[in-house]
Design a protein around this ligand. Structure first.
Ligand code: ARG
Length: 264
C-alpha cells in the first residue's frame, strides 16, 4: 500500500551537541555522505511507490533531518511536537507551519512530545513511549485528539530513548518488532498481550538501530547492518530492504527517524 512521507534534507546536519548517548560532538561528521544516504532513502521510498514531500531544512537546526520527531499525523489531524531540549525547540513550530500551509488541521502540543519518535500508530492503537523524552501528559493529549486508545510504554535504556528506536510497527502478521529489554517489566507484559506474534529483536540488531524501520505492512526499510532482523523478517514473509544510514547514526537516528508518515 502506498504511503506519504515528509522528509527533511540534512543540508545543515551536524553533531554539535549531545542529547543522547550516540552523539559525540568531538567525532567528525561527513555532511555530503549524510546527504547521499538520505537521498538513497528517499529514492527507495519513491521506488516502492510512496510519495515523499520535503520540508525546507533550517540553518542552526542540525537534527531537523529527523522528521519523525516533527509531529504526529493521523486522519489529517496534526499534533505538533514540543521538544525536550532547547537545541531542537524551533523545529516544532517549523513542522507545524508546514502542515498548516498544506491544509491540515493543526494542534499545538501542551506537553513535551517528540512526534512519531514516541507516538506510533499500530492498527487502532497509538503506542506511546515515555521515560526519556515524551511526557505522559502528551499521551493523554494524543488520546483526546485522535480518539484512539493510547498505550503508554516505559522506556528504560538511554540508548533507546525514543520508542521508534526500540519498537517498529510492521503491520502484517507480526504486528510489531521490539527489543523487550528496552521496556519496563509492565510494558513488556503489555506488549506481549497486545502482540503475541511479535518479532523480538536481539540486542545486536537494536544496537545498529535496526528497529528504526519503516514498514508498509509488507516491505520493511531498515538499516542494512541489522542482519539478524533482516533474516527474521524474511522468515516471517516480510520483504526487508536494507539501507545504510551510518552517518545519521552518529546523531542517534536511522531511517524511521528521517521519515514522518503523513496520514491523510
Ligand atoms: N539527535 C536526535 C535527538 O536526540 C536524534 C533523533 C532521532 N529521532 C528519532 N525519531 N528517534 O533528538
Amino acid at each position: 500500500m502506498s504511503r506519504r512521507y515528509l522528509m527533511c534534507r540534512p543540508t545543515h546536519f551536524a553533531v554539535d551537541y549531545a542529547i543522547n548517548p550516540w552523539m559525540d560532538p568531538t567525532a567528525p561528521v561527513d555532511v555530503d555522505l549524510a546527504i547521499r544516504q538520505w537521498t538513497d532513502l528517499a529514492d527507495t521510498y519513491r521506488r516502492l511507490g510512496h510519495t515523499v514531500d520535503e520540508i525546507d531544512p533550517l540553518p542552526g537546526l542540525p537534527d531537523m533531518v529527523f522528521a519523525a520527531n516533527g509531529a504526529t499525523v493521523i486522519d489529517g489531524v496534526v499534533l505538533g511536537a514540543q521538544f525536550r531540549y532547547p537545541e531542537r525547540a524551533a523545529e516544532g513550530p517549523a513542522y507545524l507551519a508546514w502542515f498548516a500551509r498544506h491544509g491540515f488541521e493543526t494542534h499545538e502540543a501542551k506537553f513535551v512530545n517528540e512526534g512519531e519518535g514516541d507516538l506510533l500508530l499500530a492498527g487502532d492503537h497509538v503506542l506511546a513511549g515515555t521515560g526519556f523524552r515524551t511526557e505522559p501528559g502528551a499521551h493523554g493529549q494524543a488520546q483526546e485528539l485522535f480518539g484512539r486508545p493510547v498505550i503508554s510504554l516505559n522506556l528504560v535504556d538511554p540508548r533507546f530513548y525514543h520508542l521508534d528506536t526500540a519498537l517498529c510497527v510492521l503491520g502484517g502478521p507480526a504486528g510489531v518488532a521490539y527489543l523487550p529489554e528496552a521496556f519496563s517489566q509492565g510494558s513488556r507484559e503489555v506488549l506481549r498481550r497486545l502482540f503475541p506474534d511479535a518479532i523480538r529483536a536481539t540486542g545486536a540488531d537494536a544496537e545498529v538501530l535496526g528497529l528504526n524501520a519503516v514498514s508498509d505492512g509488507e516491505r520493511v526499510v531498515l538499516p542494512v547492518q541489522a542482519v539478524g532482523l533482516i533474516d527474521e523478517l524474511t522468515r516471517r514473509e516480510y520483504r526487508p530492504i536494507g539501507v545504510d544510514m551510518s552517518e545519521l547514526l552518529k546523531a542517534g537516528g536511522g531511517p524511521k527517524c528521517c521519515t514522518l508518515e503523513v496520514r491523510g
